[in-house]
Write a protein that binds this ligand. Sequence first.
Ligand SMILES: NC(=O)c1ccc[n+]([C@@H]2O[C@H](COP(=O)([O-])OP(=O)(O)OC[C@H]3O[C@@H](n4cnc5c(N)ncnc54)[C@H](O)[C@@H]3O)[C@@H](O)[C@H]2O)c1
Length: 384
Amino acid sequence: MKIVIFGIDGYLGWPLALRLAARGHDVIGVDNYSTRRGVEEVGSWSALPIGTMEERLRAAKEVMGVDISFIEGDVTDYGVVKKVMQEKPDAVVHFAEQKSAPYSMMDLDHAKYTFTNNIIGTLNIVYAARDLSPRTHILKMGTLGEYGTPNFDIPETAMVKAIIGDREDEIVVPRWAGSWYHWSKVYDSYNLMYANKLWGLTVTDIHQGPVYGTRTPEIIDERLFTRFDFDDVWGTVINRYCAQAVIGHPLTVYGSGKQIRGFISLEDSIDSIYLLLTHPPEEGEYRVVHQYREAHSVIEIAHIVRNAAAELGMEVSIDHIQNPRAEKEEHYYNPIRRVLPSLGMFGLRKDFRSEVKVMLQDIIPYRHRIEEKRSIIMPRVRWR
Ligand SMILES: NC(=O)c1ccc[n+]([C@@H]2O[C@H](COP(=O)([O-])OP(=O)(O)OC[C@H]3O[C@@H](n4cnc5c(N)ncnc54)[C@H](O)[C@@H]3O)[C@@H](O)[C@H]2O)c1
């Protein structure tokens, strides 16, 4: 297959490119390096050192013998999107968005940037698909955070039956996002649904939970590392806790820590995306996919990280700090999963605890890079 990855330089984009190239697919990557710049802006860096794109591509060739094409460009520039869509790819994977909730909550400028970057990028992709390659499968990475934490099972469908007053109709599955970033993803989903309805585009809209991890089977050399963010703005919770543990910083649990989320490892995430690409929906279908392996509360995660660290001889404490976010701390949580299990994903129960231990072992050699940024571990961005 010929596959375009928008956002190839990112945490998920790079390992997906390696996976696809290793399995003989043609990969064309696009990126504008905005995550590198955003991480630098908040005074941070990736805990695992990553090379420039030129160095990464060279390493992929030398270590794995694969060629990956790359175009430096911005997805909000229609000319860039048109250029790759003219190649009539079998699929495009759209990761190229501002992905941090705290970054979007910094101030009006960061909220505006998040909306413009994410919503316009997605709009460019659906228009380019309509005009140049209507049969291309658009696989878009959204988030489970679009739904919030409703007191019902979250259907893995676009529409749901609703009874209002004494009348019944189908409505879009309700959403209540918890940051401007998450709202930008809600609008993306609406736009994708609408483009599918208007023009019959083939779409997989993935709603993923927070990803954790350092490796995939293709990352067999330091030069092939993917980024690993750990600061207050860019790090996802498990990655942040692991980084805190290796420098002996107390684990920063927001509020009571009873907030529940559905987590997935980097390896499972890449496996799932690969399955969805190789098992596309019917032509003209809009497919919703909930992508997570296990749901845990944040405090459970902190205990798992603390125990894994203890097994490696590191003592860490857990601190409950004032929650900088506006979110429910006690709630029901059950996003339904049918699509990925029906494709054979999540069958084997993986040992979450041993995966966390592997992560800790992977980042220990780079703990000096985390130590150097110790001052940007505590949350600086508040929701109100
Ligand atoms: N990592 C997670 O835990 C997680 C969970 C759920 C959803 N997601 C979503 O998955 C996608 C990928 O996440 P990630 O963790 O790899 O993020 P990332 O920031 O590491 O990767 C995104 C890449 O897209 C690029 N990019 C952003 N805007 C662009 C633009 N306008 N033009 C070109 N390139 C652009 C960035 O430079 C970056 O390399 C994001 O859309 C994110 O919202 C991530």
